[in-house]
Design a protein around this ligand. Structure first.
Ligand code: AMP
Length: 141
């Protein structure tokens, strides 16, 4: 098990407020919630970032993530929410074990703050990117 706080939670070495567990996935309440019901969904596999996760763990996460979202929304009575997954310190990752945040958004000034500085997609750049990404997918699916 990787030496992170989530590895220790999965190993049962430190406690958590568990809401879901199966062979591959654990979900528990975030200890510093952005809003009421803020929940973390974590693969038991000790991958630091999403790109390092096995297909098996990814499938297990994908299977239960919507179900846990539904349960958090039912429990909080909130209908809108963000699912966030940070990869790398520059992308605000603090715990280097993959985890999805489910963050209820009860109102416009509560929950996840976002700066979405979008620009238009350049057509030439799009063509080049499609080539680069599809080639990368063929090399290392
Ligand atoms: P991130 O910035 O995506 O790596 O988020 C890490 C999250 O883990 C933060 O929201 C923390 O509040 C949360 N966290 C850290 N330690 C614990 C813990 N022991 N139990 C529950 N959540 C934790």
């Amino acid at each position: 098990m990787a030496d992170t706080i989530f590895g220790k939670i999965i190993a049962g070495e430190i406690p958590c407020h568990r809401v879901y567990e199966d062979d591959r996935v654990l979900a528990f309440l975030d200890i510093n919630p952005l809003t009421r019901g803020h929940t973390l969904v974590v693969p038991k596999e000790p991958a630091a970032t999403l790109d390092q996760l096995s297909d098996e763990s990814a499938a297990a996460l994908g299977r239960v993530l919507p179900r846990i979202c539904r349960a958090v929304m039912a429990a909080t009575g909130v209908r809108e929410y963000n699912v966030l997954e940070n990869n790398g310190p520059g992308a605000h990752q603090a715990v280097f074990h993959v985890h999805f945040h489910i963050i209820p958004r009860p109102g416009p000034n509560e929950g996840l703050g976002l700066r979405w500085a979008a620009r238009s997609l350049d057509q030439g750049e799009a063509v080049e990117l499609v080539k680069l990404i599809t080639t990368a997918l063929q090399k290392a699916p």
